[in-house]
Design a protein around this ligand. Structure first.
Ligand code: COA
Length: 321
């Protein structure tokens, strides 16, 4: 038994913040941001718009694409680092919005890799026969925890959501998923406050995403390079068999390095970073849905999905779409 992607959906908030807008907030410029990251603009959740709001739009679009009704869904698995509340979790909040009652619903928190973790876990449920119609979402309002005075990080992130519906299938589907973490790197990329820390930094206005960009960059390229090789080997698939790379959209230079590792021309890589920035857990399902809807990704093609994030965490999925 395998799981297969029956439909995809995504959502971006209406409000757009361009590099020119950022020039008014911090000492930066469009040329620097474009050349170092590939980002031109990003979408920002408006006041009062929450992660669950974004997730609901993406989920409804994925359900429509898959031709499933809320009553069909028997598992909700959301990847997010920016939940609306401490609890109930975003999975349960989304479940309520969709009018679904009783099935398991939960969120997984693994920074930018959260969607890959959610997909990996939901895939196991479906393979084991414990779910017949799983809603898997990556949704994020990461701009809410960004330090808008730190030019090294605030230019990178955006908000959004993406979703897939997984169903059982005798044919793959998801050939394999790979999930990893190494907490040794916890100090290179973090948000240094939270419930158990007492929100002292938040109260003092000193909280915000912190990153040692250069070091993150180097570890990301090495780790993702190893991950794509490991994923292909685990499935006995050669890199020449891949149709599309659907990477986490953190930095165009990281994406290009991984494409090179796979000998894939950039025409076969889904790149949304210019328009969306780094939407953390939402970035891979957003890229997937974008390319499914514009007709680039077609049924039967072989896709490699991968992401990397704070923790560090990293994960992948090899998918026959
Ligand atoms: N605008 C203008 N200048 C900026 C800037 C900005 N937004 N942000 C940093 N700078 C400056 C720095 O202050 C530094 O100036 P200095 O040389 O006078 O000290 C200079 O640009 C170079 O900074 P550096 O951090 O070395 O740049 P970089 O080439 O490493 O690029 C990143 C910075 C963040 C784009 C890059 O390191 C990166 O993408 N890292 C990975 C980040 C990532 O993917 N994170 C998410 C993982 S999920």
């Amino acid at each position: 038994m395998y799981s297969t992607i029956a439909g995809t959906g995504s959502y971006l908030p209406e409000k757009i913040l361009t590099n020119a807008d950022l020039e008014k907030l911090v000492d930066t410029n469009d040329e620097w941001i474009r050349s170092r990251t590939g980002i031109e603009r990003r979408h920002i959740a408006s006041e009062g718009e929450t992660t669950t709001d974004l997730a609901e739009h993406a989920a409804r679009r994925a359900m429509q694409a898959a031709g499933v009704a809320p009553g069909d869904i028997d598992l909700i698995c959301v990847g997010t680092t920016t939940p609306d509340l401490v609890f109930p979790n975003v999975g349960s909040l989304l479940q309520d919005r969709l009018g679904i009652h009783g099935c398991p619903a939960f969120s997984m928190e693994a920074a930018c890799t959260s969607f890959m973790y959610a997909l990996g876990v939901a895939d196991k449920f479906v393979r084991l026969g414990d779910a017949k119609c799983a809603l898997v979402v990556g949704a994020e309002t990461l701009t809410r925890i960004v330090d808008w005075k730190d030019r090294g990080t605030c230019v990178l992130f955006g908000d959004g959501a993406g979703a897939v519906i997984l169903k059982p299938s005798a044919e793959p589907g998801i050939l394999c998923t790979r999930l990893h973490s190494d907490g040794r790197y916890k100090d290179l990329l973090l948000y240094p406050d939270g419930v158990s820390k007492g929100f002292a930094l938040v109260r003092e206005g000193k909280a915000g995403v912190q990153m040692k960009g250069n070091e993150v960059y180097k570890v990301a390229v090495n780790t993702l390079g190893g991950l794509v090789t490991e994923t292909l080997q685990a499935c006995g698939i050669g890199k020449e068999q891949l149709d599309w790379l659907v990477p986490h959209q953190a930095n165009i230079r990281i994406i290009e390095a991984i494409a090179k590792r796979l000998d894939m021309p950039m025409e076969r890589v889904i790149v949304t970073i210019a328009e969306q920035g780094n939407t953390s857990a939402a970035s891979v399902p957003l890229a997937l849905d974008t390319a499914v809807r514009d007709g680039r990704i077609r049924r039967g093609q072989l896709l490699l999905l991968e992401a990397f994030g704070g923790g560090f965490t990293w994960g992948s999925a090899l998918v026959r779409y």
